[in-house]
Each structure stands twice: as structure tokens, then as C-alpha cells.
Design a protein around this ligand. Structure first.
Ligand SMILES: C[S@@+](CC[C@H](N)C(=O)[O-])C[C@H]1O[C@@H](n2cnc3c(N)ncnc32)[C@H](O)[C@@H]1O
Length: 198
């Protein structure tokens, strides 16, 4: 994510689709159905892929108001083109949603350990960095996502080797989730995996 973020992200306030977005969409297509939440939707690209390539009823959320605006515009464009579109909600992680609401929750989280020299106090930093260990957003997500999942629901979480794979798995396990690796790709600086947590 680092190189792409530098090339694409520095002058914008909304994370644009990159390899990690593509992997999350790839993992979800053919796997999710029913009511699906994409947390941290950014530009809304993953949500739009799910709307076009699955029969899921998709809701997308983000903390960043600029991301919500861009995702809502993408959804409006889909509807203009005769697709179903998706609803967009601004909020922190799964806070805005009721208990037992989703068959699946997908998240490509901010996961880079914070580089204090490069840190920027802006929305792109919010999209990229997960605090000192890279897990400051992933941990509370894992602690709370179970509440909004239906009893047989599943989480699809993108994880980077830069974030501490074992620590993420331990946190998921502590919250009662078992895991499968749905897809995994290696790049020069990191290996990205999408975990299915159930
Ligand atoms: C790596 S980007 C992924 C964007 C998009 N899903 C994609 O794959 O292209 C992470 C996104 O999570 C959002 N985010 C960060 N912290 C969040 C939080 N606490 N609650 C909801 N969204 C958050 C960021 O604003 C950003 O849009």
C-alpha cells in the first residue's frame, strides 16, 4: 500500500482503489450474499464491485466525510446506469449499526504502523495508518464487529504482514472467531491476506 499511497494519495483526501482493495473485492465476490456492510469504504469502489458482481444488498460506511461523499456519488452513478447502488453511512467502525444486521462485514483497514517522520494529520493518514503497531483500528473492529453480524455471519478482513499477522489472529481468536485465508498475494514490501472470520 505504501508506494501506491504515495503515488496516488498525497494530493487527495480519499483513499483510491489499490491492490488491497482489489484483493478484498476478489475475496468477497462469489462468497457474500444477503446484507453486506463494507466498513471504511473510501471511494466506494469495493462496495460498487459487490453491487455489480453479487446479489448482495450493500451498505458502505466511513469515518471520513469526503470518502462518504465520493462513495455516495459512485452509488448515484451506478443507479443512473441502471444498477442497484448502495447506501452510505458516516460513522466509526460498526457503531452506527444495529445488532445482528449483516450476513457479512468486509474491511480493508488502515494498517500501516505509524511512521512518525511521514505522519500527516489528515484524512489520508486516517486511511493508511493504524497507530504505533498498525492495529489501533483493527483491534477495536475485531472487538465490536461480532455484535452486528447475524448468527451465521462472516467477516472478511484484509491483513498485511506489516501489521502483525499473528497478533491479528490472536485478537480475532480472543473474540471467538476462527479463520480461513481466502486469498493471499505477496508484493515486494508486504504480503496481503484476506481472512474470513467466523
Ligand atoms: C485503506 S482505506 C480502504 C478504502 C477502501 N475500502 C478500499 O479498499 O479502497 C481505509 C478506510 O478506512 C477508513 N477508516 C479509518 N478509520 C475508520 C474508522 N474508525 N471507522 C470507519 N472508517 C474508518 C478510512 O477513512 C479509509 O477510507
Amino acid at each position: 500500500m505504501t508506494d501506491l499511497a504515495e503515488r496516488r494519495g498525497m494530493n487527495t483526501t480519499v483513499y483510491q482503489p489499490a491492490e488491497d482493495s482489489g484483493l478484498l473485492a476478489q475475496a468477497a465476490i462469489g462468497r457474500v450474499s444477503g446484507r453486506v456492510l463494507e466498513v471504511g469504504t473510501g471511494s466506494g469502489w469495493v462496495a460498487s464491485q459487490l453491487v455489480q458482481k453479487t446479489d448482495a444488498d450493500v451498505v458502505a460506511s466511513d469515518l471520513n466525510p469526503h470518502a462518504c461523499a465520493q462513495a455516495a456519488e459512485r452509488s448515484a452513478n451506478l443507479r443512473e446506469d441502471g444498477h442497484r447502488g448502495f447506501d452510505v453511512v458516516r460513522g466509526n467502525l460498526v457503531d452506527p449499526f444495529c445488532d445482528d444486521s449483516f450476513d457479512a462485514v468486509a474491511f480493508n483497514p488502515p494498517y500501516l504502523p505509524e511512521d512518525l517522520e511521514a505522519a500527516r494529520d489528515d484524512w489520508m493518514e486516517v486511511a493508511l495508518t493504524g497507530g504505533e503497531d498498525g492495529r489501533e483500528i483493527i483491534d477495536p473492529f475485531l472487538d465490536t464487529v461480532g455484535r452486528v453480524l447475524k448468527p451465521d455471519g462472516e467477516v472478511l478482513l484484509l491483513v498485511s504482514s506489516l501489521t502483525g499477522y499473528d497478533e491479528v489472529l490472536a485478537r480475532a481468536e480472543a473474540n471467538g472467531f476462527g479463520h480461513d485465508v481466502v486469498v493471499q498475494e505477496s508484493y515486494p514490501y508486504e504480503t496481503l491476506s484476506v481472512l474470513a472470520l467466523k
